[in-house]
Design a protein around this ligand. Structure first.
Ligand SMILES: [Cu+2]
Length: 251
């Protein structure tokens, strides 16, 4: 019995720095999204958000989207959407049956605009439809460091941050949809603001938590901090279990 206590105490002490290291590492947490086409846009891409405190290094690359609009490079507004279900809409989201999932129809899945991924200036939701500061053309390789607000941070950490890139080639829409106005900006056609790419941001496993290999499936739902804590507790629990088994075998 005395022998068992000697082994338990150092194990408990070892768990403390492990937990602290995990919390510190979470400050550099990366979230990643594969951007898949919506509304048959034909495009694809990737997005990475690396958080240090409330500072986010954001990389977004995509290609295959509409290239021109009225003879100019096609502006594709892009955002981190927050506060929804943390998912991308399915075709069932097209509630008015015009063949296009509008930005509003996709709302229940990906939520509202939390941060505008503009190329310069305002990154708040207010800049959400400002096509003058949106990336443009059929592809982009976007990098910007942005200070995220509390709402976007909270959504990322709870697994409900979703990157959405907007702007469809009107020619790919049904006749009915080609004649509709945007649900967001009445002066624009529906195609201009409808979602073209979407990807849910999921936390990447932290580099130092190799013990958790194979058990990362729950991270996107639990949030990295909680999952990291769980992994540490799990590892300590396994070690204790092993010690007990060994002692039982020796006895
Ligand atoms: Cu958006």
């Amino acid at each position: 019995m005395r022998k068992a206590l000697h082994i338990l105490v150092p194990l408990a002490a070892a768990a403390v720095p492990l937990a602290m290291a995990t919390a510190a590492h979470a400050e550099g947490t990366s979230y990643q999204a594969t951007l898949d086409p919506l509304n048959h846009s034909g495009g694809s891409g990737m997005a990475t958000v690396t958080l240090t405190g409330n500072t986010a290094d954001i990389d977004v690359s995509w290609s295959g989207l509409a290239s021109t609009f009225g003879g100019n490079p096609y502006p594709h507004v892009q955002h981190i959407h927050i506060g929804g279900q943390g998912t991308c809409p399915t075709p069932a989201a097209d509630t008015n049956g015009d063949g296009v999932i509008s930005t509003t129809e996709g709302g229940p899945a990906y939520g509202g605009i939390g941060t505008t991924l503009s190329v310069k200036g305002d990154t708040s939701p207010a800049a959400g439809t400002n096509i003058k500061i949106a990336p443009s053309g059929d592809s982009t390789d976007y990098h910007r460091t942005i200070t995220l607000d509390d709402k976007t941070l909270a959504s990322l950490k709870s697994g409900t941050g979703v990157v959405v890139v907007h702007g469809l080639d009107p020619a790919t829409l049904s006749k009915q949809a080609q004649n509709e106005k945007s649900d967001l900006v009445k002066s624009l056609p529906l195609a201009a603001t409808s979602p073209a790419l979407c990807g849910a941001l999921t936390a990447m496993p932290a580099g130092g938590v190799a013990a958790g290999a194979g058990t990362t499936a729950g991270i996107e739902d639990a949030g990295l901090l909680a999952a990291g804590g769980g992994l540490v507790a799990g590892a300590a629990g396994l070690a204790l279990y092993a010690v007990r088994r060994r002692q039982a075998a020796e006895a």
